[in-house]
Write a new protein. Sequence first.
Length: 239
Amino acid sequence: MLVGANRSVKADKMPNMAKQDKHPPKSPSSAPKQAAESGDFSAFSQDTSDSQLQLADHFLIAMPSMLDPVFGGTVVYLCEHHAGGALGVIINKATDMTMDILFERLDLDLEISPHSAVLPRAPVMFGGPVQVERGFVLHAPDTAYTSSLTVSDEIQLTTSRDVLEAVAEGHGPRRLLVTLGCAGWGAGQLEEEILRNGWLTVRADPGILFDLPIEERFVAAMNLLGIDPNMLTGEAGHA
């Protein structure tokens, strides 16, 4: 059963952004899961020369053949991609948590007036099934935070609490999207899904990430490819 692009998803757990983990998990796991669980994006600092596709800063758009109940109907912003795997966040599935509740649970007083980018009733997004208790913040480049990954000149990914503390104080990034959880792929897994026509790919547009309503993001991402979603089949490839 496909999940609609704007369907709400419950997220009852409190985001785990309070602690700054210093070490990756001891148990064996892929690079995407290590980076997500530790908040240390150095786990992704690998040589990318042997990866044919370089899709960081791209949208993954689910094809009709993507029948997975988590990813069907989604747009994923890919933050990192190399031979060892990939990491991204879904940008068009909302949880039932709003920004004011998130800040309340983090014991932060949100100063709305000086920070107009944050709307109290705006939804926190469901970023994916990996580490759903952890917060991931996509934002415009701002200042240096404890755990950040620079994806492009226009977008960074931060997992440390200090970015939300800055937002609460009214001087954080002016464009941001907050998710619970992320999506991770092991070595070769994403490439295989693309070859099986599971995803369309296209260079990301920050305006779709930060400015468009949730329900418009899927169509807008498709329009970047000049495709009418109503005419979409499961046989297209990637751009």
